[in-house]
Design a protein around this ligand. Structure first.
Ligand code: SIN
Length: 287
């Protein structure tokens, strides 16, 4: 039995006593998966992982995605998306401003990501030694359960449009991004998914609309769709549904992209360095 320390939020738990560099045996791995489904966000402190070990552990959850932004992947590792403000020879080594708005990873794909496996290599701190660059996670299952019945009825059977372009082009602290290439556009057309989806492993209902990528609710006129989405975005990120993770170097954290949304907190800049690497697992068609 693994030791688990739950957060006070409806999601988030630390798992103690596992060395992931030794790739856990099948029984331990199954326990980790069960804890992941139960807590939606799980993390392990003090892990010392090479990129190969990060990839090897992540692969046990399924097929790894290769991000459409190839320029942001770790050289030699198309499965590792680098989130960092670090410059090498004056050039960014990854994306500096990923996820500064609430979203779930790859919700705009036909098979949105199952989960992301995020590893902290460098964490910025303030002058008092407190960590900066936290990540906030919201439980889309707790949020759905707390919706008024009338809203649940309004959403039942409806689809929402997920748009990579909406998230890609929105205001960025690092300035406008280059236009998406033809190939990137071809890989990321707008797509409809149920606005309330069922978690494929737990059967729980999840609110699958996020302010980053969800552009409208299909079948509603623009004003009605905008008003309903604004209400849902405000609801899902209410403090009682949120766990805020303070990073330490060596944290390996896994979040569920079906049952949670997340947002990075940008409260640091160079020379304070942040270097994180993300492996992202393919999911299944939402229903
Ligand atoms: C992401 O959205 O993948 C990045 C989250 C973070 O940098 O905290």
């Amino acid at each position: 039995m693994l030791t688990v320390r739950r957060s006070e939020a409806p999601l988030g738990a630390e798992i103690l006593g596992v060395d992931l560099s030794r790739n856990p045996d099948e029984a331990v791995f199954r326990e980790i998966v069960d804890l992941f489904h139960e807590h939606e966000v799980i993390f392990f402190r003090n892990q010392q992982l090479t990129p190969d070990q990060h990839v090897a552990f992540s692969k046990r959850f399924g097929e790894l995605e290769h991000h459409v932004r190839k320029d942001c992947c770790r050289p030699g590792y198309p499965e590792l998306f680098v989130v960092s403000n670090v410059l090498e020879n004056g050039r960014p080594i990854g994306t500096r401003d990923a996820g500064l708005f609430w979203h779930s990873d790859l919700c705009y794909m036909s098979e949105p990501s199952r989960c992301s496996v995020f590893y902290a290599r460098e964490v910025p701190h303030d002058d008092q030694g407190r960590p900066l660059g936290d990540t906030m996670f919201a439980s889309a299952t707790a949020a759905y359960a707390a919706l008024p019945d009338a809203t649940k009825l309004r959403l039942a059977g409806r689809n929402a449009v997920q748009s990579y372009a909406k998230g890609y082009y929105r205001d960025r602290q690092s300035g406008p991004r280059p236009p998406l290439t033809d190939e990137q556009q071809r890989r990321t057309p707008d797509i409809e998914h149920p606005v309330v989806r069922t978690h494929p492993a737990t059967g729980r209902k999840c609110l699958f609309a996020n302010e980053g990528y969800t552009s409208r609710i299909a079948g509603l006129d623009a004003a009605e769709s905008d008003a309903l989405l604004a209400q849902l975005f405000a609801h899902v990120t209410r403090p009682e549904f949120v766990y805020r993770h303070q990073w330490r170097v060596g944290d390996l954290l896994i979040w569920d992209n079906c049952s949670t949304q997340h947002r990075a907190v940008m409260d640091y800049e160079l020379p304070r360095r942040r270097l994180m690497e993300r492996a992202t697992l393919r999911g299944t068609v939402p229903f």
